[in-house]
Design a protein around this ligand. Structure first.
Ligand SMILES: NC(=O)c1ccc[n+]([C@@H]2O[C@H](COP(=O)([O-])OP(=O)(O)OC[C@H]3O[C@@H](n4cnc5c(N)ncnc54)[C@H](O)[C@@H]3O)[C@@H](O)[C@H]2O)c1
Length: 443
């Protein structure tokens, strides 16, 4: 066994290893906190200086990661956050959690990964373990990170160690957290796998070693493709059954009583978040390089991306039913974040719905207790702030459009004076909202 490997293994076992986490967002921050809580000394790195500053003050900028947890960790003094990338040299293990978005033409944008790999390569020293956690296509760790590190004259598996381990963070999930979600790990070589597994076992309940980084990279993409395809199927069932006058939500509840061979997925206003709408296209892009067309995935993307348009058409039909047009209608969109009870609005379909409603001449407002002000994103800048979540506000609008099933919207009294609702989440039927109250249209 190489000296470096046993030295690093011993440091991990004794909690003497310093863990660096690059990218302190939805994935990196809870990971950094977890390693601190399990007794490691941790340095977090981010290019955005506001993040280390907020953390040093004991503040959390992610709502579901409580202020108390951050404050306690930073008070103990074993964790710090910085923008000073020279301090990467101090770290024994470096976990990379930077964004992997899509470019303007839906191609993978690996610029964050490449920039980070360059930062690490500049400071790479013998005895370090580097793990990429950002979601990406199979081959990224070997093709993008390895050559940059080997260019320093160091050998992988002997001088330094390299692995891929996909992050499976599910913000807002009350049943699973960073520690209890099993962690898949693939190393570039047996030594890299061994030290990476040892590191994660020190903090995470269940670690699943696989034979290569490519398997680990592809496993993550498969998980997200699985969701995207099944959501597309649920959306297609919605379109088909709605034409037949059958309630898709009731159908899914019935089908889900089968104790085997069925898993419930639900229709909605379109995909959102940093993963499901984007990650499948990392694979289709890479597949094309190999002359393979991932038609199933593309079709799922086509169905899912057509949902905001469908929702707006349903809104027009609903208003028409009340002898009104979208043009000039006051529409209140309920929910800007992409899923219930979290403050993450990335890729949220609500943005496209709002823009389409506006393009049709509607006067649009939104209500989201989790997002008081809509920030400008890469593609959208709606320039709105949330209206209060009150019955009088709901009554002021011609149409309410439920886009996110936040718990705050599950209060029947809010809809007492509402006139018309388009519900993309089946939020209102279970509450018993409807005749004699507002007319509710499913979408
Ligand atoms: N959010 C999720 O639920 C989730 C779940 C599983 C996997 N992922 C994957 O994890 C990765 C990170 O996602 P996220 O949701 O945490 O993103 P995020 O945008 O919340 O956080 C990324 C952080 O990286 C920082 N950053 C950007 N460029 C940097 C650089 N060059 N050096 C250092 N820091 C940099 C940003 O300032 C930000 O704080 C992505 O690949 C994503 O697909 C996300």
């Amino acid at each position: 066994m190489s000296d470096r490997r046993s030295e690093l293994g011993a440091k991990i076992a004794s909690r003497q290893a310093r863990v660096g986490v690059i990218g302190l967002g939805y994935v990196g921050l809870p990971l950094a906190l977890l390693f601190e809580e399990r007794g490691f000394t941790v340095t977090g790195f981010d290019v955005d200086p506001r993040k280390p500053e907020a953390l040093a003050r004991g503040e959390s900028y992610i709502r579901h990661i409580g202020r108390e947890r951050v404050a306690q960790a930073f008070k103990r003094g074993r964790i710090e956050a910085t923008t000073a990338f020279d301090r990467l040299a101090e770290c024994d293990a470096i976990l990379v959690c930077v964004p992997t978005p899509l470019g303007r033409h839906r191609e993978p944008d690996l610029s964050y990964v490449r920039k980070t790999a360059d930062e690490v390569a500049q400071r790479l020293r013998p005895g370090q373990l580097v793990v990429l956690e950002s979601t990406t296509y199979p081959g990224t760790t070997r093709e993008e990170l390895l050559p940059r590190f080997e260019a320093r004259g160091l050998q992988c598996g002997r001088d330094f160690f390299l692995a891929f381990s996909p992050e499976r963070e599910d913000p807002g999930n009350r049943s699973f957290n960073t520690q209890t979600i099993p962690k898949v790990v693939g190393g570039l070589d047996p030594g890299s796998l061994e030290v990476a597994v040892a590191l994660y076992r020190a903090a995470i309940d269940s670690v699943v070693p696989v034979s290569s980084p490519e398997v680990a990279e592809a496993a993550k993409i498969l998980e997200n493709v699985f969701r995207a395809v099944n959501i597309a199927l649920a959306n297609e069932m919605k379109l088909v059954l709605e034409q037949m006058g059958v309630n898709v939500w009731e159908v899914i509840e019935a089908a889900k009583t089968k104790p085997f061979g069925f898993m419930a997925f639900y229709p909605g206003p379109g995909l959102g978040g940093h993963c499901i709408p984007l990650d499948p296209f990392y694979l289709t892009w890479k597949a094309a390089e190999h002359g393979v067309w991932a038609r199933f995935i593309e079709l799922a993307g086509e169905i899912n991306t057509s949902m905001p348009q469908y929702v707006v058409e349903r809104a027009a039909q609903a208003l028409n039913h009340h002898a009104k047009s979208l043009k000039g209608a006051k529409v209140l969109v309920l929910g800007l974040s992409y899923k219930a009870d979290i403050d993450d609005d990335r890729e949220s379909p609500s943005f496209e719905i709002i823009e389409r409603l506006r393009a049709a001449g509607a006067e649009v407002a939104y209500c989201d207790p989790y997002i008081p002000v809509a920030r400008a994103g890469r593609e959208h800048d709606i320039g709105l702030a949330s209206v209060p979540c009150t019955a009088s506000e709901f009554a002021r609008h011609d149409l309410l459009l439920v886009s996110t099933a936040h718990s705050e919207f599950k209060d029947k009294a809010l809809y007492a004076g509402a006139k018309l609702v388009v519900d993309t989440r089946n939020l209102l039927a279970p509450l018993g909202v409807g005749a004699p109250g507002p007319e509710v249209f499913r979408a």
